[in-house]
Design a protein around this ligand. Structure first.
Ligand code: HEC
Ligand code: HEC
Length: 206
């Protein structure tokens, strides 16, 4: 079982990295050049001024259904922007908005948000121990012990509770709004109360 999880993981993750290789290479090149990175982050701050209405000036969102982008892994953000653009991920507003963003703006916005600190939220303390247990058993091996993810796997530490819950149910229930093979396998056995518990655990993680 474990081996097949990893095999599936390898397959899908390598597909993700190949989805837009040129742009991802550009991202890496900017990240490894401090001068270019500083300029990109400044450009991103300006290009993201409209995004701030919902995602917050510093990438910490103001509304529970809107995800924080602060501290998110830039390659993951770039990939989600691509998915909205191609319609693989559905959200009427985000899809329309993303289509008009040029490649440069995508890179800049991504790097700007990735560099901002996340502000963890308060949780229902009575849910946290159980959520930690679920996370350790089913999620940590991909999202990391601290929930910080890596280039292809999103950071979920400090994310908003309603957004976490909705996203997990969409993956589990195969609604078609958001598809990911790894996440549908990972959430298949989750009960609603475990989703509530794990969301409460994750939101308060720094
Ligand atoms: C009107 C509010 C609104 C505005 C403005 C907005 N967004 Fe969003 N954004 C959302 C919502 C809501 C979601 C979650 C959609 C879902 O449930 O899948 C989202 C999701 C995202 C995600 C996916 C994050 C993740 O963790 O998977 C990215 C990336 C993103 N937005 C980038 C942007 C960028 C870049 C801009 C500006 C060009 C922007 N958004 C403007 C509401 C907004
Ligand atoms: C086999 C690896 C793997 C496992 C195990 C896994 N995840 Fe994920 N997770 C991913 C990948 C890859 C994505 C990005 C999917 C996409 O593009 O929509 C993701 C996306 C997510 C998202 C959406 C984040 C965002 O910003 O939009 C949430 C929330 C999430 N996972 C929570 C969990 C939880 C909770 C568990 C345990 C129950 C879990 N994951 C187990 C690989 C995994």
């Amino acid at each position: 079982m474990r081996a097949s999880f990893f095999a599936a993981g390898f397959l899908v993750v390598s597909q993700l990295t190949l989805a837009q290789p040129a742009l991802e290479q550009q991202l890496k090149a900017i990240q490894s050049d401090p001068v270019a990175l500083k300029a990109a982050v400044e450009g991103g701050r300006k290009a993201a001024s409209f995004c701030a209405n919902c995602h917050g000036e510093d990438g910490n969102s103001r509304s529970p259904e809107v995800p924080n982008l602060a501290g998110q892994n830039p390659a993951f953000l770039l990939e989600q922007i691509r998915k909205f653009g191609s319609g693989e991920r559905k959200d009427a507003f985000m899809q329309g908005l993303i289509k008009v963003l040029k490649d440069d703006e995508r890179l800049q916005i991504t790097l700007f948000y990735a560099g901002m600190p996340v502000a963890p939220a308060k949780a229902d303390i009575s849910q946290v121990a159980r959520g930690k247990d679920v996370f350790g058993k089913l999620c940590a091996r991909c999202h990391g012990e601290q929930g910080h993810g890596n280039a292809e796997i999103p950071r979920i530490a400090g994310q908003k509770i309603p957004y976490l819950q909705t996203s997990l149910m969409r993956y589990r229930d195969g609604t078609g709004v958001r598809n990911d093979q790894l996440m549908s396998i990972a959430t298949a056995s989750l009960k609603n109360d475990e989703i509530v518990a794990v969301a409460n655990y994750l939101t308060q993680l720094p």
